[in-house]
Design a protein around this ligand. Structure first.
Ligand SMILES: *Cc1c(COP(=O)(O)O)cnc(C)c1O
Length: 366
């Protein structure tokens, strides 16, 4: 049998390296602290958990395929027109839907050197050509992105703040990026960590979506809302783009448990402020304490930190990863993001944060 005797995926599909999620466990350690996927240490809102449970006796019913109540709740919360909100099974689904709607074979999609990996996967899956724009100081560079745009460009992805670097660009810069793009190029602003950002010059992008025809903002319930397990995300888009997404998405792409939990989560503002306060306390603490150990930490506005390790035998990121994993501290290796010298650390609960600093101190001394 030759390869031609079986179905062939479209060009590009086999060029994809499957996404490798953060590790979730380690062998033989007493207690595991999973600090590898930017999940919240506070868990989901108890109200969201109760709402999720409340649909357990209705599993035979299809969910509302239009996610109406959730879109209304999001619209009310952010002051947006629910008709221009599309919900998805995680914002990853929205990113894929946007790409398959607007990128075809041979079309180019632009993202930055250490940009979120899903962009490249989505572009390749659509048969498109990934184009990487260089960053400056681990931060998106608007001029470099604009220089990467060609007549074949259909989509530009910007994670703001970016994962795994934790860096962001001010809204003035996002507007300059938009102003420099041709009107037919779709600009996707991935604001997965927007709730965590405490900077006056930051905006997730609502204003740009409202005032243009080619900007979409994506958001997620996986991070600050603590609903990663349910897979729930959404986007705010121009009407024509929402229309295109609604044509190609699965008719019931968001499940009822996610819809119920999402509505309750959005109403629990206290839970979100607690999560912000927790991050406000521990992000700077971790940055300072890890910096004191002689490790380079990239200043982050998210709920995670990028730590650079020396290129010295016994002290590398790989060595640190093994050392920490043995102690039940699971960080994220980011070689796939072009950062082989780094590990990404999610802000954990107090116990985990203190253990990480102690373990890193022992690692650097050892
Ligand atoms: C976590 C993350 C997402 C969200 O993924 P979901 O599919 O909503 O869980 C999107 N973009 C970035 C940059 C992320 O880090």
């Amino acid at each position: 049998m030759t390869v031609l005797d079986r179905p062939q995926p479209r060009p590009g599909v086999l060029a994809i390296d499957p996404y490798v999620p953060g590790k979730s466990g380690a062998k033989g350690t007493a207690k595991i602290h999973k600090l590898s996927s930017n999940e919240t240490p506070l868990g989901a809102s108890p109200k969201a958990i109760a709402a999720f449970k409340s649909i357990a006796d209705k599993l035979e019913l299809y969910p509302d395929g239009a996610s109406t109540a959730l879109r209304e709740a999001i619209g009310a919360k952010f002051g947006l027109d629910p008709a221009r909100i599309v919900c998805g099974s995680g914002s990853d689904e929205i990113l894929s839907l946007l790409t398959s709607a607007y990128v075809g074979p041979g079309d180019e999609g632009v993202f930055t050197t250490h940009g979120f990996l899903v962009y490249k996967l989505a572009i390749l899956a659509a048969g498109g050509v990934p184009v990487v724009a260089p960053e400056k100081d681990l931060t998106a560079d608007v001029d470099a992105i604009l220089s990467a745009v060609t007549p074949k460009t259909k989509i530009v992805f910007l994670a703001n703040p970016n994962n795994p670097t934790g860096t962001y660009i001010p809204f003035e810069e996002v507007k300059r990026l938009h102003a420099g793009l041709p009107k037919h190029v779709l600009l996707v602003l991935d604001a997965a960590y927007a709730e965590y950002v405490r900077r006056n010059d930051y905006a997730a992008g609502i204003e740009l979506v409202s005032t243009s025809e080619n900007v979409v903002m994506t958001r997620t319930f996986s991070k600050i809302y603590g609903l990663a397990n349910l897979r729930l995300g959404w986007c705010y888009a121009p009407a024509s783009i929402a229309d295109a997404l609604n044509r190609i998405r699965g008719p019931f792409n968001v499940n009822g448990g996610a819809l119920a939990a999402g509505i309750a989560a959005i109403a629990d503002e206290a839970h979100v402020s607690d999560a912000v306060a927790h991050n406000e306390r521990w992000l700077p603490w971790l940055t300072t304490e890890i910096g004191k150990l002689g490790l380079e930490v990239t200043p982050s506005v998210g709920n995670f930190l990028l730590i650079r390790f020396p290129n010295v035998p016994g002290r590398t990121a790989k060595d640190a990863d093994a050392f920490l994993t043995e102690r039940g501290l699971i960080l994220r290796a980011v070689g796939a993001y072009g950062l082989p010298d780094c590990l990404r650390l999610t802000v954990g609960d107090e116990e985990a944060n203190r253990l990480v600093v102690e373990a890193l101190a022992a690692f650097m001394k050892g």
